[in-house]
Design a protein around this ligand. Sequence first.
Ligand code: ATP
Length: 269
Amino acid sequence: KSQAKKFTPSETQTTFDDVAGMDHAKKELQEVVEFLKEPSKFQRLGAEIPKGVLLMGPPGTGKTLVARAVAGEAGVPFYSINGSEFIQMFVGVGASRVRDMFKTAKESAPCILFIDEIDAVGRVRGAGVGGGHDEREQTLNQILSEMDGFESTMAVIVIAATNRPDVLDPALLRPGRFDRHVAVDRPSREGRLGILKVHARKVKLAEGVKLEEVANSTIGFSGAELKNLVNEAALHAAREGKTEIEMEDFDSARDKIMMGVPREDIMNE
Ligand code: ATP
């Protein structure tokens, strides 16, 4: 098949240190890390480990990052696919792609299989106006049957991410499937400061830069937006011919990004 692109894991050196804030999510996922590190410890006791974990939260809040960090912490391969990729495939390819994907994952256990934007393929079945969603439904059905088809003692953990948990087919959320739900919210002030610190490691800050103040003035920003803020500030400083990033570079960067942040999000805090 021409479509059969090889499904290979990405190198991941990401660890929980790269993930700021998200203490709740990290705590929930620590159990998964422990299991992947030493499956036999759990398997010999017959302990049931979740097969599927659903990360729910707005775009850019670090869902992909934290899933990668789980693989990095455990030292296992990280396989990832975007739900929308299934939709773009030729008729009949989606389901067989899901089969191949699970086969590869099972062969490389222990490992993480990450499905980003699962809502693209996991919307409620039979809800399409005028039908025509057979292809997507077949793909979804295949995901469901693959998840039912392996034992919960098998060291493959499927992590899925969505910012639309409300549209998901309830069948995906049943016990033995994505039955563990972890909410990932926009960062608090403290979370923002932590995220700024993570990304400021890679740049040169002037003495007078107060990241606390930057955190105070970025209410509603997601992790991805904060990362972008640090980069925009660095670009601004470079354009001005400076050798260090100053507070005013952060101010201009913030104003620039603010224009792209929807107002209701800013009012959330
Ligand atoms: P989407 O739903 O749009 O895929 P996401 O929730 O998966 O978004 P990521 O892709 O993980 O978000 O985040 C984008 C980038 O933003 C990350 O690679 C990281 O650099 C930065 N980032 C986001 N959240 C955090 C965080 N909590 N700590 C540090 N960096 C973060």
